[in-house]
Design a protein around this ligand. Structure first.
Ligand SMILES: NC(=O)c1ccc[n+]([C@@H]2O[C@H](COP(=O)([O-])OP(=O)(O)OC[C@H]3O[C@@H](n4cnc5c(N)ncnc54)[C@H](OP(=O)(O)O)[C@@H]3O)[C@@H](O)[C@H]2O)c1
Length: 329
């Protein structure tokens, strides 16, 4: 059987090309479950994989896509029956295993999450890994900070993780302050529920001090580097800061004072390798209590043919919100 997929080829060392091609099921790796993919979602890691980043994907030709949602077509396990709607995100999908930018994937049963009640396949991929990561980050804030304890800062707010975090936190009653590098982002972020939108420079202005004026009860950071350091230095006593990304920098120019004088907690978020119990719990929350009404307004739907343009925009950080990939277009 043939199916359509975005294929990245290495034409010669360090020169890569993305094309939509016809592939055969037999080319997929062995696995317990064959899934007909209906929707995927564009993530920063896919951009790296599609551009030939060998820290992400070692061998080409390759089909990226760290997210997939669809129906089971073949299965060798009773719990995952043919016809069941499922989500696969993280693990090795789209990295060195053929990913969700193809109409079929074959994966181990241990990677497969049944689609929770209350969530459509399309909605699950509007969230995608970015939304799931936002969910993991929000869970850490909710565990320690009550909405009446102060403002929650979201850094990288128009990105995939940031935009979903803004929307969920606002839905849960938190006062959200969004940090964005885009002057035109105010309206978009306010519609998601941000009470205030600030520029990166206003967060960074106290970076050279050992500690800055305490303002944030919680922080969801997606960028790393100086912005994360500035946020930690301006977090209130016993506040919680989550850290999931490095689009600005993998470095953290920080001292110990926020931790030893204010009891601030810095929590790392790893959505790729978290266990199945965490996955099911977060997806259930995303399907029910945390689902923001703005979910329908925060995405752009594209075909495989339109993905290269969207990857360029993500590389330049000029996009806003989520990119949903419809494999049937
Ligand atoms: N740990 C995990 O499990 C996990 C899971 C998913 C994603 N991630 C990582 O989390 C990060 C964010 O993912 P995403 O899907 O939200 O990416 P994204 O959609 O590309 O968004 C990142 C946002 O960061 C801001 N930004 C971009 N370049 C910046 C710079 N040089 N300095 C400061 N801010 C900058 C931009 O927002 P503004 O223009 O609004 O400032 C951009 O929209 C990535 O590093 C990704 O790899 C990690």
């Amino acid at each position: 059987m043939n199916y359509k997929a975005l294929v990245v080829e290495e034409l010669c060392p360090d020169v890569f090309e993305c094309k939509v091609r016809s592939r055969v099921i037999d080319d997929l790796p062995p696995g317990d479950v064959l899934i007909r993919v209906k929707y995927s979602s564009l993530n920063y890691k896919d951009v790296l994989s599609a551009s030939g980043n060998k820290a992400i994907t070692k061998d080409y030709p390759h089909t990226p896509g760290i997210d997939a949602a669809g129906m089971i077509e073949e299965s060798n396990t009773d719990e995952l029956a043919t016809g069941k709607a499922v989500i696969v995100s993280g693990y090795d999908l789209g990295m060195n295993t053929s990913g969700g930018f193809g109409q079929c994937i074959r994966v181990p049963a241990s990677w497969v999450v049944p689609l929770p009640e209350g969530l459509g396949l399309k909605q699950s991929m509007v969230y995608g890994t970015a939304g799931f990561t936002a969910g993991m980050s929000v869970e850490k804030i909710v565990e320690s900070v009550q909405p009446d304890e102060g403002e929650v800062l979201v850094i990288g707010a128009t990105g995939g993780v940031g935009s979903v975090a803004v929307a969920i936190l606002a839905k849960l009653g938190y006062k959200v302050v969004a940090v964005s590098g885009k002057a035109e982002a105010k309206d978009f972020l306010e519609k998601l529920g941000a009470e205030e939108v600030i520029g990166r420079e206003s967060l960074q202005k106290n970076l050279d001090r050992p500690l800055a004026k305490a303002r944030w009860a919680g922080v969801v950071d997606t960028v790393g580097g100086e912005l994360l350091a500035a946020a930690v230095k301006s977090t209130k006593p016993l506040g919680v800061v989550t850290c999931c990304g490095n689009v600005a920098s993998p470095d953290l120019p920080l001292n110990v004072y926020p931790f030893i004088l204010r009891g601030v907690t810095l929590i790392g978020i790893d959505a790729q390798n978290c266990g199945m119990a965490v996955r099911k719990r977060i997806w259930e929350k995303l399907a029910e209590d945390w689902k923001p009404s703005s979910l329908e307004k925060m995405y752009k739907e594209v075909s495989l043919h339109e993905l290269s343009d969207e990857m360029d925009k993500m590389q330049k950080a000029s996009h806003m919100g989520k990119v949903l990939v419809n494999l049937d277009l």
